[in-house]
Design a protein around this ligand. Structure first.
Ligand SMILES: [Zn+2]
Ligand SMILES: [Zn+2]
Length: 748
């Protein structure tokens, strides 16, 4: 019998009959209803059952080594912590290709991938070490020559006291020299599970590593001394050379242990290519695997397999990579640890950053969290002494840009309806004369956030959402950025028939258009979700900027992250004030991080004659957030925000969960959340505190109404004990309302 977590969003595990004893972690295919689905064996012998009632396991993917006990523990922990079915976590963790193919296909692809990786060099597995001598017995001296070359002692050989044979590897041509069918024999043994890809010999390190500056040197030294679990926060300004510290930390670990694996997380797919380049240039002989949702399914399986087999020494990826199987995980690195995209926002809403810390503790290995603007949770942990702090306050080369705040209040150009004020116009003009690049960002794509009728006040609204339709001038459409609804711009006002419909507010398209009129000689490009919708288009746009073919780049926050633009000396944020007054308590933290990241794009090289500048066009230049930004004072900003959070009893001084519920029929939804609220009041017993149900910030999306209930406690344990009871009670409620619990929510 086997207890199996199946690839389906159902609660609880299922038992299946099995002739052989299946090791925990084995990947199987099992019948579920009229389908056959992927599953992972959790335990070989579940509590007694009448075996005749059980359906049998359909297939065992025995080409794969079983998933390790610490991987199973990770999944169990994440499922329990985030209040999701184990099968759902499994689906997020295992590549889709594996889940959708039968055992034979998996075997073929697994072996083919292993051969490609190994460069055809093999070594014995533990199973091979035990089973191969039994199979060979005293037959065939030729086969024994192969086995000896792989490190097995022949039965007749005199044991040399105190001299266990060193593990040895063999490639195909070596095998052919020892046996006429050597290559074929190796393949047979591989299929028996007796061989695995031998780790490539440690490639010689580059002769000349770049010199470290003093702060890098201190960080690297501090990490060198670290053994066992510990969280180190690498707090380094943009351009301070954090990646070099990651590379050195990885190198220390890889050199110490020939099997060690390093996991490197990065927030965005866009940022993986350049990080991958840095790592593959530094470790040319080491197998690297990449895991993110942009890979084709089969390709993602190959990379996942390299990590699971232990062959990939460095695994680089976005948040889903934190769930990869890494049997020799010895170091975790989370780059830009503050980034909101580490939190999954649908299905199993896990935080990859938090799971990385959990995995490090589980494996008793170090984890490094890097950021120029650590999350307040992380900063709080530093201040309370739980996390170590490594500071890098200076840039490796170039200087940090000067921040200038441009009041938008009485500016004549802005009052005339332009997107940029006089000061920004002058600054851009100067940069263009010097042949330096400018980067302008605002967080609104499209032409204008809404189309309006000045006669009657009509505004373009999505028929399916509580949101405005955004005017896209390029194709004359009105689009909803929440549900994708699209319609043609009406010729006249639908309410009063007025013909003078006006765009209100400003998106990237409109800013680009206005800049083209203001700077007719400049080459202006735009990068946002609209221009980057086709694959490779964003990269092409960035390549143009790098090549100096663009004078002014306009875009959304997509352009503010990660890129090392060598010729950009001016960055400007256009009216980012919305983040100051949002209903979302994390908005100021996000705004500060975003502005620091954006500023970080300027002055990466010493090329500028005018000095690098970050300009913020704002109606609130006196706001403490902008003042801290101008001083380059993250710590001051964080202290203020933390004090504010403490007063308000907000995380990290409390722990939260959010029940999110949705249904097309509002009365039914309201009935559900009312019942859920009553259940919470009964079950909570004073702790945690459950707030009344409220509409979500976007109360209707694609015709579906949304409500939420916030629960909050000063004790993590009390919150989680309550959530388990609440969830069980909610599952008893009927009415077809879709709901989910979001633990440690980051969006409201
Ligand atoms: Zn009208
Ligand atoms: Zn919509």
């Amino acid at each position: 019998m086997a207890r199996v977590a199946v690839d389906a969003p159902i609660w609880g595990e299922l038992d299946y009959a099995s002739e052989s004893t299946l090791a925990p972690g084995s990947v199987v295919r099992v019948p579920l209803g009229r389908h056959v689905v992927c599953g992972v064996v959790l335990a070989a012998e579940p509590p007694a059952h009448d075996a005749r009632e059980l359906r049998p396991v359909a297939q065992v993917c025995d080409a794969l080594p079983p998933l390790g006990p610490d991987w199973l523990d990770l999944l169990r922990f994440a499922a329990g912590y985030y209040q999701r079915p184990l099968g759902e976590l499994m689906a997020a963790a295992l590549p889709g290709w594996l889940r959708e193919h039968d055992a034979d296909a998996v075997r073929r692809r697994w072996l083919a991938a292993a051969e490609r990786r190994a460069g055809l060099r093999w070594e014995l597995t533990e199973r091979g070490r035990q089973e191969l001598p039994l199979r060979l017995g005293r037959r065939s001296a030729a086969l024994w020559r192969l086995a000896s070359a792989l490190g097995l002692a022949a039965p007749d050989a005199e044991p040399v006291p105190g001299n266990t044979p060193a593990p040895t590897s063999l490639d195909e041509s070596g095998a052919r020299r020892l046996h006429p069918r050597g290559a074929a024999v190796l393949r047979e043994w591989l299929e028996q599970g007796w061989l695995r890809a031998a780790p490539p010999p440690c490639a010689p390190l580059p002769a000349a590593l770049p010199a470290l500056h003093e702060e890098q040197h201190q960080a690297v030294q501090a990490l060198e001394g670290q053994r066992g679990f510990g969280v180190q926060v690498l707090f380094g300004v943009t351009g301070s050379g954090k990646t070099e510290v990651y590379l050195r930390a990885a190198q220390q670990v890889l050199e110490r242990d020939e099997h060690a694996q390093v996991l490197v997380l990065t927030p965005e797919i866009n940022l993986t290519p350049q990080l991958l380049r840095r790592f593959s240039e530094r470790f040319p002989g080491q197998a690297l695997a990449v895991l993110h949702s942009g890979l084709a399914e089969a390709e993602r399986f190959d990379h996942w397999a390299a990590a699971h087999a232990g062959d990939a020494r460095i695994v680089l990826g976005t948040r889903l990579a934190v769930l990869a199987s890494l049997p020799h995980l010895a170091l975790l690195i989370v780059d830009e640890e503050h980034d909101a995209s580490y939190k999954q926002q649908e299905g199993a809403r896990y935080s990859a950053r938090d799971l990385a810390v959990w995995r490090a503790r589980q494996r008793d290995v170090p984890v490094l969290l890097g950021s120029a603007t650590p999350s307040l949770e992380t900063w709080h942990a530093v201040r309370s002494g739980r996390y170590g702090l490594l500071t890098m306050a200076r840039r490796a080369s170039g200087a940090l840009p000067q921040v200038r705040l441009l009041p938008s209040g009485h500016d004549p150009l802005l009052r005339a309806g332009g997107p940029i004020g006089q000061a920004l116009f002058d600054a851009i003009t100067q940069r263009l004369q010097q042949r330096e690049q400018c980067l302008l960002f605002l967080n609104r794509r499209g032409y204008a956030p809404v189309l309006s009728c000045p006669d009657c006040g009509w505004m373009s609204e999505c028929p399916h959402c509580d949101a405005h339709l955004v005017y896209h001038r390029t194709d004359g459409s009105l689009r909803c950025h929440h549900c994708g609804h699209r319609q043609a711009v009406p010729r006249a006002c639908p309410d009063c028939g007025g013909l003078d419909l006006q765009p209100v507010g400003r998106g990237t398209q409109r800013v680009q258009e206005a800049l083209a009129a203001l700077f007719p000689q400049a080459r202006i490009a735009r990068i946002d979700a609209d221009t980057a919708s086709r694959k490779g288009q964003a990269e092409a746009g960035f390549a143009q900027v790098h090549a100096g073919e663009v004078d002014i780049l306009v875009g959304t926050q997509m352009i503010t992250k990660g890129h090392d633009f060598q010729r950009v000396s001016l960055v400007a944020a256009l009216n980012p004030d919305a983040g100051l007054f949002s209903h979302d308590p994390r908005a100021p933290e996000r705004l500060f991080a975003q502005l620091v990241q954006a500023a970080g794009r300027a002055g990466r090289a010493d090329a500028s004659t005018l000095g690098a500048e970050m300009l913020v066009q704002t109606a609130y230049p006196e706001h403490p957030l902008y003042q801290a930004l101008q001083r380059g004072d993250y710590a001051g900003f964080a202290e203020r925000e933390l004090a504010e959070r403490k007063r308000a009893g907000m995380p990290p001084f409390s722990f939260q969960a959010l029940l999110r519920a949705e249904h097309a029929k509002e009365p039914r939804l309201l009935e559900f959340v009312e019942q859920a609220g009553e259940l919470a009041a009964q079950l909570a017993d004073g702790e945690p505190r459950a707030y009344p149900p409220v509409p979500s910030s976007l109360a209707r999306v694609a015709g579906v109404h949304r409500q939420q209930i916030l629960v909050e406690s000063s004790r993590r344990g009390a919150l989680h004990a309550f959530l388990a009871r609440w969830r069980a009670a909610l599952q008893e409620l009927r009415g077809g309302v879709r709901w989910a619990i979001d633990v440690d929510p980051t969006e409201f």
